[in-house]
Design a protein around this ligand. Structure first.
Ligand code: GZL
Length: 345
């Protein structure tokens, strides 16, 4: 009987103690603390582990905000996380600097997130930090850009497009617009980025079937509108720029910059000089409707739903495919004009 009284007394004491702590303005936290069992004797067990969060905690390292496409991808990831109470997103913007992405990944490791996701700005230089993530047993998902093939064992899955196919489709469209002959300029994406490397490779592969089309100059515009315009202005003033019939831009932002440069040089983009680009942002569709751009090869940035589904699957112990591929289309002419009202980015 006495033992029962002691036990009840301890319970009451514990309950009073807990109400005092939370009653002193301690900020209510989302996860409920597990009240400690009343101590009737010195416990020899280890203290209870931090209660596992019922949320899937994802650390995402974003490249930056260099293009309309990138902004749409960030919006998709943030909106999807905001709408899903089972997801906690830790988001970092690297302002296009690889060292900032590496710092962010190290911070996610220190915070013991469930999954690390990243859009790697370039393909190389990730081995050390991804090994640290692997040693910490935190799976890594690549989003929209890849890394060096030799490090395939350092990430679980790549969610993104087939850039080689995008380049091949761009080349086929260019050949059609040029009547299979002419000189073209290539505006490449960020040097070392998988999207730039593979869009170039796909384009060059297909151009082998069109020997009367020559790439007279190929230069990086770093995926931005401003640099795309600057590079195009300089080329138009150079000897190579005197006789060009087409521009292939690795993304819409550089194509829209090139269109401005071509107009300022007194030429008609879309007719004097045919333009083919990749991404499919709304402004590119509007440029097609205005007759200033000829074909856009779609590259889907709305990857938020796929990313967080993959993170949940990983936390639930499911296997993921090594490549979760985006399906995309090619738009020109009336097909692009008809699609414009329904474009989501
Ligand atoms: C493609 C993505 C590229 C876009 C650009 O997946 O990495 O980066 O094509 C963006 O607009 O800057």
């Amino acid at each position: 009987m006495a033992q029962r009284k002691n036990f009840m007394g301890a319970l009451v004491t514990a309950a009073v103690l807990i109400s005092l702590v939370t009653g002193c303005g301690a900020k209510a936290t989302e996860t409920t603390a597990t009240p400690k069992a009343p101590e009737t004797s010195k416990s020899t067990e280890a203290p209870p582990a931090k209660p596992a969060s019922d949320k899937v905690v994802v650390g995402f390292s974003q490249i930056g905000a260099e293009s309309g496409w990138r902004g749409a991808e960030t919006q998709s990831i943030q909106d999807t996380a905001k709408a899903d109470s089972t997801i906690e997103l830790k988001f970092s913007d690297a302002q296009q600097k690889q060292e900032n992405q590496i710092k962010a990944i190290r911070s996610f490791i220190a915070q013991k997130v469930d999954v690390i996701a990243m859009a790697p700005v370039v393909e190389t230089g990730w081995e050390a930090v991804l090994k640290e993530a692997k040693d910490a047993k935190i799976p890594v998902i690549l989003v929209d850009r890849g890394i060096d093939k030799k490090n395939e064992d350092l990430y679980t899955s790549f969610i993104g497009s087939d850039f080689i196919l995008e380049g091949q489709n761009a080349a086929k469209a260019m050949a059609e617009h040029l009547g299979d002959k002419g000189n073209i300029i290539e505006l490449e994406g960020t040097v070392g980025a998988s999207a730039a490397i593979d869009r170039k490779k796909g384009f060059d592969d297909e151009m082998k079937n069109h020997p009367n089309i020559k790439i007279v100059k190929s230069q990086s515009g770093d995926f931005t509108r401003a640099t795309g315009k600057q590079v195009m202005e300089a080329i138009l003033k150079s000897p190579e720029g005197k006789d060009i019939q087409g521009v292939y831009a690795h993304n819409d932002d550089m194509a829209l910059g090139a269109i401005q440069a071509i107009e300022e040089a007194g030429k008609k983009p879309g007719s004097d000089i045919k333009i083919v680009s990749v991404d499919g942002i709304k402004e590119a569709f509007e440029a097609i409707k205005a007759g200033k751009l000829n074909t856009v090869v779609e590259c889907n940035p709305l990857l938020g739903p796929q990313l967080f589904q993959a993170a949940k699957d990983l936390k639930a112990g499911k296997q993921l495919p090594k490549w979760i591929k985006s399906n995309e289309e090619v738009f020109s002419g009336q097909k692009a004009i008809d699609a414009l009202p329904n474009r989501k980015y």
